[in-house]
Design a protein around this ligand. Sequence first.
Ligand code: MTE
Length: 327
Amino acid sequence: MPAIHRRPRWAISENQATPETVFENRRAILKGLGLGAGALAGIPLLPSYATAEAARDAAALTADLYPAERNERYEVDRELTPEDISGTYNNFYEFGSHKQIARAAQSLVTHPWDIEIDGMVEAPMRIAFEDLVRRVSLEERLYRHRCVEAWSMTVPWTGFPLSALVALAKPSASARYIRFETFNEPKMASGQKQVWYPWPYVEGVTMEEAANDLAFMVTGVYGKPLAKQFGAPVRLALPWKYGFKSIKSIRRVSFTDKRPTSFWEQIAGNEYGFWANVNPEVPHPRWSQAEERILHTGESVPTQLYNGYAEEVAGLYADLTGETLFR
Ligand code: MTE
């Protein structure tokens, strides 16, 4: 995201990026891999050090669960973003502070992948991803995804409601927030060698937000297990908030009575806050949020309050008027 100024000199700013550059970059990646357009998503690109054990990754262990049935309640009035575009234009700072991290992200080892559930819960537990995913019921939902950088896409996520994870965790009545944490393995993810970032990536929601039907734990996309660049094996999707709240590759879920300070809040709290709800009328300190650029068409369209989900979520914030809800 644009808060960090130590970007390499060749990196263009997000505001300058055009659909043409997106296409060019995608072509360059595919060419570099010796692949044609559209080929990226299905092909496992194992790093040279990968062992047979690592090849038994989360996607292979759970492939039988896809495609999951679509829940028609979560429709969108926009065309889906083609997979080869959403899968080659990603924010995943653990693998680089630019959008073309798809190749580098293939070094993410997703097996074994244990998720720690701790803090204010009946009994802390550690659960293997492939066990967790079989204890819930998966469904597909079409969601909008609006980055704080003012681009957007529409994605067919597969996953399960965050409320199902809360039910499994059995938090105590005094828990007020959930804190999510990603892995911290600089050997595997070279972006984490950049010491000026406060690794690991952390995000948080209130218990009320977690109980909202829209809060979704994502394990798949485009009818398949989540490709690594999307945050395999499990990430969050909070479609009414700016995309940075949707933390990727979750390793730890903690229930707490203290409001977590998120990764971007630590870096630039005046630009990226805890709530980060989408609102076209509240500009980012350095740019307008009135419009958004649809990633695969380049078209600019008006941004909607709560990213089009006001009916479902506005009630969550009715009593929080003193809070900075839209940054
Ligand atoms: N999660 C982790 N662990 N690391 C990241 O850098 N980037 C965030 C979010 N989750 C990020 C992350 C941002 S800024 C956005 S917009 C979305 O992931 C991007 O998701 P996508 O690449 O699937 O579009």
